[in-house]
Design a protein around this ligand. Structure first.
Ligand code: ASP
Length: 467
């Protein structure tokens, strides 16, 4: 018999159906055995009556067995109906049960909120943890958010383009994860910390409106809201001003989260300068929600603009605050080109803040070689070093690169805001533990001598390499 989804059973009252799924709960009452069955569409109660041919199997079955069940969909007597539950007004009278696969006892209780269970145990059995209702909900919200963003961007004439995973170290920021080259001994690729340079090159290539649901990898200290890997909705647009990018992003975010049933505190999103934010909130991320907003799950977005372009390094030189590829605000371009008033130069960076988190950030870019050169000159780069770092970008900028700008929105942080979760691991399917170990699998781990040899690598014993 063809499978009926549990969520559809309400349409089959009086009929005999076949369902497939997991045993969510089993309650053996001696003469009768009750079950809750679960599939991707929901749950339903089933009952094995005393004379049922399924009684023998019903007695053997335990929670989380995978089963195929045949039975009749009955309306429950009014007094037994549970109006607030899915399928609360029906019950499956079980005629036959086939065990498709048994299950060992769960290593921890997955019937409720698993966030209190030891992180390492949850990671080891992540596939079971993900069966819990809250984790299923979080993953589905994530999927819906990404789907809606994608749809919105397609409607707005964007092209989705993938950029390489094996790439060159980016000057943007934190430490790289590197991959040794087998074919070129002693040389390494870096995993992308962001698709920043490729997306800019796509503007040179004439795509004008690009997006990517991009994975970014950064070897950073792991925190509650930060892992080695994250996903960002990465966007770049040609012939735009700050206003244009901010408006496009605001339109997408508003359309998507409102369609998902969330309320936004203030529209258009309020804008505040970095200076004002620091004076008012002591930080460039802040929470504009009242206690009542928090209870109602309201999203309070705001833009932070007018960040300083440069900050002092510990050695007394200058480095960028956000992104070396940015353009200063138009009024300060001359200062940059002349290398003066460095601490006062403001960048075109815009950060999107939501409920106390930085939920995204981007800028208008330097699209002329001499502007990018000027940025690197302020940071003390000259001649060869400059060529080595960004020579390929300077070259591309000499071939008719249009003015452009973009942004990246952090998917995990957004989903944390939508679900009210405080840890990144609650919104990623297979997150790492705080110690940097992968979920379920056992990385990082040593390579075999043969692999090391192929990659031309030798490992210093940890003691010997400590300085
Ligand atoms: N590359 C930046 C980041 O990944 C975002 C951007 O400026 O578009 O944070």
């Amino acid at each position: 018999m063809e499978r009926t989804l549990i969520g559809e059973l309400g349409k089959h009252v009086g009929e005999t159906v076949s369902i497939s799924g997991w045993v969510d709960v089993r309650r053996d009452q001696g003469k009768m055995v009750f079950f809750d069955f679960r599939d991707r569409s929901g749950k339903v109660q089933g009952v094995v009556l005393p004379a049922s041919p399924a009684m023998e199997t019903a007695k053997e079955i335990r929670n989380e067995y995978v089963v195929r069940v045949e039975g009749t969909v009955n309306k429950r007597p009014e007094k037994n109906a549970q109006v607030d539950r899915q399928n609360g007004d029906i019950e499956l009278e079980i005629k036959g049960i086939e065990v498709l696969n048994p299950s060992e006892a769960m290593p921890f209780d997955i019937s409720g909120d698993t966030s209190g269970i030891d992180e390492n145990v949850r990671a080891e059995y992540r596939y079971l943890d993900l069966r819990s209702e809250r984790m299923q909900k979080n993953m589905k919200i994530r999927s819906e958010f990404i789907r809606r963003c994608r749809e919105h961007l397609f409607k707005s004439d964007f092209t989705e383009i993938e950029t390489p995973l094996l790439t060159e170290s980016t000057p943007e920021g934190s430490r790289d994860f590197v991959v040794p080259s087998r074919l070129q001994p002693g040389k390494f690729y870096a995993l992308p910390q962001s698709p920043q340079q490729y997306k800019q090159l796509l503007m040179t290539a004439g795509f004008e409106r690009y997006f990517q649901i991009a994975r970014a990898v950064r070897d950073e200290d792991l925190r509650a809201d930060r892992g080695f890997e994250h996903t960002q909705i990465d966007i770049e647009m040609s012939f735009v001003t700050m206003e244009d990018v901010m408006a496009a992003v605001e339109d997408m975010v508003t359309t998507v989260v409102e369609a998902m049933g969330y309320a936004i505190k203030q529209k258009p999103f309020p804008r505040i300068s970095y200076k004002e934010a620091m004076e008012k909130y002591g930080a460039d991320k802040f929470d504009l929600r009242t206690d009542e907003d928090k209870e109602k799950g309201v999203l309070a977005y705001a833009w932070v603009v007018n960040f300083p372009f440069f900050e002092k390094t510990d050695e007394g030189g200058w480095t960028f605050t956000h992104n070396p590829f940015s353009m200063p605000i138009p009024e300060h371009l001359e200062w940059l080109m002349e290398g003066k008033n460095i601490p006062d130069i403001l960048t075109t960076q815009y950060d999107l803040v939501c409920n106390g988190f930085e939920s995204g950030g981007g800028s208008i870019r330097a699209h002329k070689p001499e502007i990018l050169e000027a940025v690197y000159k302020v940071m003390g780069f000259t001649g060869e070093e400059l060529e080595e770092r960004v020579g390929h970008m300077l070259k591309a900028f000499r071939y008719g690169t249009p003015p452009h700008g973009g942004i990246a929105l952090g998917v995990e942080r957004t989903i944390m805001n939508l679900t009210g979760e405080t840890y990144l691991r609650e919104v990623q399917a297979f997150p790492m533990t705080r110690g940097g170990k992968t979920a379920v699998m056992n990385a990082p781990k040593p390579l075999s001598p043969k692999q090391l040899q192929e990659l031309h690598l030798s490992i210093n014993e940890p003691d010997a390499s400590e300085d």
